[in-house]
Structure formats: structure tokens, C-alpha cells
Design a protein around this ligand. Structure first.
Ligand code: FE2
Length: 256
């Protein structure tokens, strides 16, 4: 998918407006200053470096975050209507967590996480326009995001910390300690982590549908050829890579 320059600009204004509308006071000012400081990097960032993941195109990050904020506000209304105790967190906490849930994807203050792909073969054959920047030390996206916030003196509440940390839900095994507790006293005390996770999953699924479903339509799917030849090694490698669940392992194999 490609966004026009106007769409990218308009998405950025919506992004900043979400901060102005929902994050009051000094913290809102600090967050605005933070995002304005890194504006040039964030405004064009993809949400992922591989085309198989969601929103791996210029401006994809902000487009994704704005969708997560919209979905989170709608999920909030749904959970409230169905009887969830929404007094256990604030709307500010919900929007703050949604705005910053993927912040760790920007990299650190000096290095971008996703840089233009330099391997022409990978660009042509795998459609990867970006690659992971090896100058960055490994850190999970939630950990890096929380680190960036504290590094820039932007405080976050306990609820926000847990929501950002667990926004991938049980897709990330590291979240089991929060989300797979069986003792009532060890379960999260608010529905905020579940609401954010559902909003993120909803946004990513919709982004997948926009990007990929048209490619699978009858008109676009290539018909099988009558004469087969042996498949090349390259196609079997990329197929194998796509079946690996661990993103760390995928990254490692990618560099082979
Ligand atoms: Fe996300």
C-alpha cells in the first residue's frame, strides 16, 4: 500500500491532535515535544520492515497508531457497555498507551530501527523495502518504547506500563506472566491491557486485509502453469522463513 504525501501529512496532524486532545498538562506538552523532536523520523516510518507484516510502507507507523487509537476508543465503549469496570483506568491512560504502544519500533534516540534495504535481491525477490538496523542492540519493542519515554522524562502510570508491555497479548510468550495467571489476585486489575491488545490486533488485521486480500482475488492470483519446473531454492527458503514463529529466529535466519 502507498500513502500519498497528503495522507501522510494528514495522519501526522491526527496523531498530534490525539495527544493535544487526550493527554493534558505538562505530560502532554512533553509528549508533543518528544514527537516533534523526532518528527522527521516518525512521520515516514513503516510499522514493520517486512512486507508480510502489517503497514511496511512509508507512513505506515503513524497510520497504524492512529487506527489503534480509534479502535481502542471504540473497544472502550464496547467493554463499558458490556459491564467492564472502566473506572479502573482513565481514558487518558487508554489513549496514552495506544499512542505509545509501538514506540519501540522507532529504534533508539540515535539509530532508526528500520533502514532502507540495501540488498537488491531481497528487495526484488522478497519485496523487502526495509531491513533491521544492526547498529541497534536487541531490545523488545515494548521495553524499548518504555525506555525511550523515561529517557525523555515522560512519566507513565502503572496501568500504562502494563498495557504497553503486554499489548501483543499472548502472541508474545513474555506476557504469560501477566495474562496467564490463574490466581485471581495475580490477574490484571483493569481491562486496559485487553482493550489495547484487541485494538492493536483489530488494526493489524484490517491493515492486512487492505494490503493483501486484493492480491488474492481471482483476477490477481496466478493460475497454475501446465508445465512445471523445479522450484528455485530461493522460493523454498522464503517459504520456510515464513513458517517460523519466533521473530528473533527469523531475523537471525534472514542475515544468513
Ligand atoms: Fe501495533
Amino acid at each position: 500500500m502507498k500513502l500519498t504525501a497528503e495522507q501522510i501529512q494528514s495522519n501526522w496532524e491526527i496523531f498530534l491532535n490525539n495527544i493535544k486532545t487526550h493527554i493534558p498538562g505538562n505530560r502532554g506538552e512533553q509528549l508533543l515535544n518528544f514527537y516533534k523532536r523526532y518528527e522527521e523520523r516518525i512521520i515516514l516510518m513503516p510499522a514493520a520492515h517486512k512486507k508480510e507484516y502489517h503497514s511496511a510502507f512509508p507512513g505506515g507507523y503513524v497510520d497504524h497508531v492512529n487506527r489503534v487509537v480509534r479502535c481502542a476508543l471504540k473497544q472502550y465503549e464496547l467493554w463499558k457497555e458490556e459491564g467492564a469496570d472502566v473506572s479502573t483506568f482513565t481514558l487518558e491512560e487508554l489513549v496514552f498507551s495506544a499512542i505509545n504502544h509501538d514506540l519501540g519500533k522507532m529504534g533508539d534516540k540515535d539509530h532508526e530501527a528500520y533502514i532502507p534495504q540495501t540488498d537488491q535481491w531481497r528487495k526484488d525477490k522478497l519485496g523487502e523495502d526495509y531491513m533491521f538496523n544492526k547498529k541497534l542492540a536487541f531490545c523488545s519493542v515494548p521495553d524499548r518504547g518504555l525506555f525511550l519515554l523515561q529517557q525523555h522524562d515522560i512519566t507513565y502510570s502503572f496501568n500504562e506500563m502494563v498495557a504497553i508491555q503486554t499489548h501483543d497479548g499472548l502472541y508474545d510468550a513474555a506476557n504469560e506472566k501477566y495474562l496467564k495467571a490463574f490466581m485471581p489476585e495475580q490477574k490484571p486489575r483493569t481491562s486496559l491491557p485487553y482493550i489495547l491488545h484487541q485494538a492493536d490486533m483489530m488494526a493489524a488485521r484490517i491493515e492486512f486485509e487492505i494490503e493483501w486480500l486484493p492480491k488474492f482475488s481471482k483476477d490477481n492470483v496466478e493460475q497454475p502453469k501446465k508445465n512445471y519446473t523445479l522450484q528455485s531454492k530461493t522460493s523454498s527458503k522464503s517459504k520456510a522463513l515464513n513458517t517460523i514463529a519466533s521473530s528473533g529466529l527469523k531475523n537471525m535466519l534472514d542475515s544468513l
